[in-house]
Write a protein that binds this ligand. Structure first.
Ligand SMILES: *Cc1c(COP(=O)(O)O)cnc(C)c1O
Length: 355
C-alpha cells in the first residue's frame, strides 16, 4: 500500500513526560484512509493531526456506525520502539467491522499504516517510567445521509497519544459497585465488539457509580442480571482457593487481548485458570467462605487494575485488605516488563517498529 505524507510545519512542542494524563495529548500526525464502493480502501495518507471535516449528516453522528481499537507502543531501554500483539488488535477490528456492517481492512495494510505513522512520530514515544504511546485506530461511517442503512463510505483513522499511567494514583485498588438497573449489552447485542455505542450506553452507570463514591461499575449479564461479565473498560478476574477464574466469552463480553495474555501467562506459570460463567451469588458465597484471595481487571490502558472493594446488595466486600494482591502485582510487573523491554519477551508477544 502506498501512503502519502504531509509533514506538519512547525512540529508541536512535546508535553512534559512526567505529567502525562491519559488521552489528553496527541502527536504531530495521524493516518487516514477512505473507503467507497468503487475503489475500496484507498488514498492512504499521513497528515498533520487536526480537526476533520464531516457533513453534519454523516451517518456516524446519528446512528453510531463506528468501531475502534486500542493498543500501545513502548520505548525500550535501548531507545527502540515495540508494539504489544498488534495483529490481535487488527484481527479484532475486522470482527468489529463485520458486526457493524463496515468493510474489512487488510490487516497487513493496517499494520503498515501503524508502523509508518509511529515511525514518523517516533520522538513522541515517551521513555519515563510507566509511560507509553497509546494507539487509537477507528473507523467511521461518512455518508451524508439521514436514513438507517449501512453507509457506503467510511474513513479509517489512527491517532496517537503519549500516556502516563492510566490511574494517576498508581496501582491503587479501585472501589466498584454492581450495576442493577442499566445493562451494558445483551445476548445478540454488540458486547463482544469494540464499538463506541457500547460506551455511550454505559455512561449513565458510570455517572451513578461516581455519585455514589465508586470508581467503576462491574456489569452483570443484561438478560438475567445474574452472571458476572466485565468492568467498564476491562475484563474481570479473581483468584479463589488457589485458582484463577474469569467469565467465559459468551458473546456479551469483550474478548480482551490483555485477558488472553493474562490467561496464557498464568498457564505458562503453571497456574490453573478457569473460564466459565460465574454468578454473582457464587462469588459472594466464595467471599463469605473467605476463599477470594484477590480480584483484578485487565485491559490495554491500565494493564492490570486491582479491585479492592465491591459493593453488592448493600454489602461491602473487601479483597486482600483493600491492597494490591501478589498476583496482580506480579502480572503487572511481568506484562509491563515485557512491553517496556525491561524483561525478555519470553512469550514472543512483542513486535519491533520496522524502521
Ligand atoms: C477494550 C476493552 C477491554 C479490554 O481489552 P484489551 O484488548 O485487553 O485492551 C475490555 N472491555 C471492554 C468493554 C473494552 O472495550
Amino acid at each position: 500500500m502506498e501512503i502519502s505524507f504531509t509533514q506538519r510545519e512547525p512540529l508541536k512542542e512535546k508535553p512534559d513526560q512526567n505529567s502525562l494524563v491519559f488521552g489528553h495529548e496527541f502527536t504531530d500526525h495521524m493516518f487516514v484512509m477512505d473507503y467507497n464502493e468503487e475503489n475500496g480502501w484507498h488514498d492512504a495518507r499521513i497528515v498533520p493531526y487536526g480537526p476533520i471535516e464531516l457533513s453534519p449528516a454523516a451517518m456516524v453522528l446519528h446512528y453510531a456506525q463506528e468501531v475502534f481499537e486500542g493498543l500501545k507502543a513502548y520505548r525500550k531501554p535501548d531507545g527502540s520502539v515495540q508494539f504489544f500483539r498488534p495483529s490481535e488488535n487488527f484481527a479484532r477490528l475486522n470482527r468489529s467491522n463485520e458486526r457493524m456492517c463496515i468493510p474489512p481492512i487488510d490487516p497487513d495494510d493496517a499494520m503498515q499504516a501503524l508502523n509508518e505513522l509511529v515511525k514518523v512520530d517516533k520522538d513522541w514515544v515517551p521513555d519515563a517510567p510507566g509511560t507509553s504511546l497509546y494507539v487509537r485506530p477507528f473507523v467511521i461511517a461518512t455518508d451524508p445521509f439521514i436514513g438507517v442503512r449501512p453507509s457506503h463510505t467510511y474513513q479509517f483513522y489512527i491517532i496517537l497519544s503519549p500516556v502516563g499511567s492510566y490511574y494517576p494514583r498508581g496501582l491503587e485498588p479501585a472501589r466498584m459497585h454492581i450495576e442493577n438497573r442499566y445493562a451494558r449489552t445483551v445476548r445478540g447485542g454488540t458486547g463482544e465488539v469494540k464499538c463506541g455505542g457500547n460506551y455511550a450506553a454505559s455512561l449513565a452507570s458510570q455517572v451513578k457509580a461516581h455519585e455514589n463514591g465508586f470508581e467503576q461499575t462491574l456489569w452483570l449479564d443484561g438478560n438475567e442480571n445474574k452472571y458476572i461479565e466485565e468492568v467498564g473498560t476491562s475484563n474481570f478476574f479473581f483468584k479463589a482457593d488457589g485458582k484463577f477464574y474469569t467469565p467465559a466469552l459468551v458473546g456479551t463480553i469483550l474478548p480482551g487481548i490483555t485477558r488472553k495474555s493474562v490467561i496464557e501467562l498464568l498457564k505458562h506459570w503453571g497456574e490453573e485458570v478457569i473460564e466459565k460463567r460465574i454468578t454473582i451469588d457464587e462469588f459472594v458465597d466464595l467471599y463469605h467462605q473467605g476463599k477470594i484471595e484477590e480480584v483484578f481487571g485487565t485491559g490495554t490502558a491500565a494493564v492490570i487494575s486491582p479491585i479492592g472493594e465491591l459493593e453488592y446488595a448493600g454489602e461491602k466486600m473487601v479483597f486482600n485488605n483493600g491492597e494490591i494482591g501478589p498476583y496482580s502485582q506480579k502480572l503487572y510487573d511481568s506484562l509491563f516488563g515485557m512491553q517496556s523491554g525491561h524483561l525478555p519477551d519470553e512469550m514472543g508477544w512483542m513486535v519491533p517498529l520496522d524502521e
